[in-house]
Each structure stands twice: as C-alpha cells, then as structure tokens.
Design a binder for this molecule. Structure first.
Ligand code: SF4
Length: 371
C-alpha cells in the first residue's frame, strides 16, 4: 500500500516538475530518499522514513548542498537543514499551516499587504532546496501553486493602483529561480511604477545554488531603483567558495546585500557558530539583518529554541563582535500581526527620567550617571 502511495506521489512530482520549467534546472537535485542513498548521504533504512516525510512536505537538496554534507556527522548542519527527518511528522497543536498569517493579508493572489508601505509579491512556489523548518512549507513545494501570467498581471496592477506601496519584496518560493526573462519582466515592471522606490528579493540561491548567479543575473537586477538582495543563510559552512563567488558577483555589481537567518536548535544556537556566521556575512559584504525566531510551522518543533534562549544568545554575541555583525532578533507574531524585535532588553526605567542600563559584559549602570 505504502509503495503504491509513494509511487503515485513520485509520479505527481514528476508531472509537476515537467510543468514547471524553472524547477527543471538541476538534474542533480535530490528529491527522493533513493537519490540520497545513491549519493551515499543516507542508508536505505533512512530512505524509507525520508519518503514518508516527503509525502507531506517536499524535499530538494541541490548538488551544491549535498557536496557540503559530512555523512559521518549525525549533527551535520547542512544535512539537518535539508534532509527530511521523521520528527517532522510530529505536528503539535499550536503549529499552523500559515504561521505568519499571510492569508488574511492577501487582497489578490500573490500579494501580501500586511504593512501600509510595503507588499510581498509571491511570484513562484518552488525553491531550489526545501528547508525542513520552512515557515511557508504548506504552500511551497511541488504541490504549491505559482502565479499564471494573468495572475502576475493582476498582482502588478494591485501594486500600480496602491500608491502607498514604497517597497516590493519578491519572495515565494525563491524568486531567483525564475527564468531570467521572467525575472527581468517582473523587475522591469516594478522599476516602472513611480511610487515604488525599493525592490527587495528574498532568496537562498546564492548559497544553495550559486551557479545560477552570473553577470547576466546581476545585470537584470541593475535597474533605476535599488534592488536589495536578502540572502537566507544559517550556518558558516554554507559559505562555500562557489557561494562566496556568487555573492561577490552581486556585490561587485553594486547590489546591496542583507541577510536573513533562522535560529535553529542544534544547527546555529550557540554563540560561536553565530559569531562565525555573522562575520562571514560581513566579510562577504552582506549586512546581517534579521535573526528570526523559529516560526510555528507544522512539524518543526525540534528546530525551535525558546525566546529566552534566543535572547541569551544575542546577549552572548553582543559584547564579542562588531556592531556591523549584529542582526536584529525578531519574532513574526503568529496570526499575521507583524514582525517585532524581541530583545534582549538592556534598559530598565527607574523613577523620573533615570534608567538602569546593562553593558555588554552584564554590568549595570545608572543613566544619567550620578554626579
Ligand atoms: S528557501 Fe525559503 S521559502 Fe524556500 S523552503 Fe527554504 S525557507 Fe522556505
């Protein structure tokens, strides 16, 4: 019975990939347990469990990421991020299909208008890899739904007719796996909307599929408006030579780069790993931007730290690395209520206009100082 279900699922995946030209770019991407066995990354026994998970949540591991996995390390930070684990089938009651509440803020398909001055434009539902902790795991993947050309036109029209929109954030899925003509079309269309001043692209491509970033892509991103690229990266090991070259291609073209990192238990939840990661970013001309507290996506509890642990980590790194290397630790409030910084807090109000303020080495001082 299981074999039949798996076979049907694989068939559906193959058809869906055929229908998605963007998704066909890497023949070497592992999408089944067997392909990981063939690459000597997992045992045949593990492959059975992996295929059970992929019936619910898509899997894709690019050749670039497979190369970085050390199979003898059970805690390998790359394997943990991309290779399915049976703990994903443990879905907690508090975990949500739409953890950051995109749906209530979707006026037309492909647009999320949560904050007055900016929108998300979700052009594509596929990614080069599927992160096991993804906050949009219910909508990205082989079973997700992208925008048809008509739906993309309607989404662009929404932006054209709302002149309060100052910034458009392309996300998905991963917009940098759109075909180059399609990416060019979207960037050009946004560049021509007068009230849109800034375009931002959220992507994992420069790290997980660096071969896609070339001079042509950098050229597409060079329009009259600034196009910021926010690169999702979670561990210093992701900065392979090829990834650093891809990032340099964008930086050399004058594209401003910022980062997004998810705080992940057992992967980057220790000060030394975070310090190395943030320094790698700055060394590669990426300004650390957000450290996200893990979202309540289905089957991801094994990745989540507590907020208290996250705050302690931020405190631990504060005194040790340059301010240039510090991102903001943020929580997307479940239900679509927005994103807020969640500390730690260094300031305690006393009576009148006096405060107790804690320095990076945990000593407390009075502000203003007593004379
Ligand atoms: S790249 Fe982003 S959208 Fe795609 S699976 Fe990873 S976290 Fe989700």
């Amino acid at each position: 019975m299981l074999v039949v279900v798996l076979h049907d699922r694989l068939k559906i995946n193959q058809i869906s990939r055929f229908c998605n030209p963007e998704n066909m770019m890497h023949h070497g991407t592992a999408r089944t347990g067997q392909s990981l066995v063939d690459s000597k990354l997992v045992s045949p026994e593990q492959a059975v469990a992996i295929d059970q998970v992929t019936q619910q949540f898509s899997m894709a591991v690019t050749p670039a990421m497979m190369e970085l996995v050390e199979p003898s390390d059970p805690a390998d930070p790359i394997a943990q991020q991309f290779i399915p684990d049976s703990r994903e089938l443990d879905i907690r009651p508090e975990e949500l299909a739409d953890p950051i509440g995109d749906l209530p803020h979707t006026p037309v398909k492909g647009i999320v208008h949560r904050y007055p001055d900016r929108v998300l434009l979700k052009t594509i539902h596929v990614c080069p890899v599927y992160c096991r902790f993804c906050f949009r795991r219910e909508v990205v993947g082989d079973s997700g739904e992208g925008l048809s050309p008509q739906e993309l036109d309607a989404a662009l029209d929404y932006i054209r007719t709302h002149d309060e929109i100052w910034e458009v954030i392309l996300t998905g899925g991963d917009p940098m796996i759109l075909s180059k003509p399609k990416l060019n079309h979207v960037i050009q269309a946004l560049d021509q909307i007068d009230h849109v001043d800034v375009i931002r692209i959220h992507t994992r491509v420069p790290v997980v599929d660096p071969g896609r970033v070339d001079a042509e892509m950098a050229q597409i991103l060079k329009v009259s408006k600034p196009v910021y690229v926010a690169i999702h990266t979670n561990h210093p090991k992701e900065f392979s030579e090829a990834a650093c070259e891809a990032i340099a291609t964008l930086a050399d073209a004058g594209i401003p780069l910022v980062s997004q990192t998810v705080l992940l238990k057992g992967i980057n939840d220790d000060p030394e790993t975070l310090i190395q990661l943030f320094r790698k970013m700055v060394r590669n001309r990426i300004k650390p931007y957000y450290l996200h507290h893990g979202d309540m996506a289905k089957g991801t509890s094994h990745f989540r730290t507590s907020i208290q642990e996250g705050q302690a980590l931020m405190r631990a790194v504060r005194g040790k690395i340059s301010g240039l290397c510090q991102p903001t630790y943020v929580l997307d409030i479940p239900g679509g209520h927005g994103k807020v910084p969640i500390g730690p807090n260094y300031l305690q109000k006393q009576e009148k206009e006096t405060y107790l303020v804690e320095d990076p080495w945990s000593e407390v001082h009075l502000y203003p100082p007593e004379v």
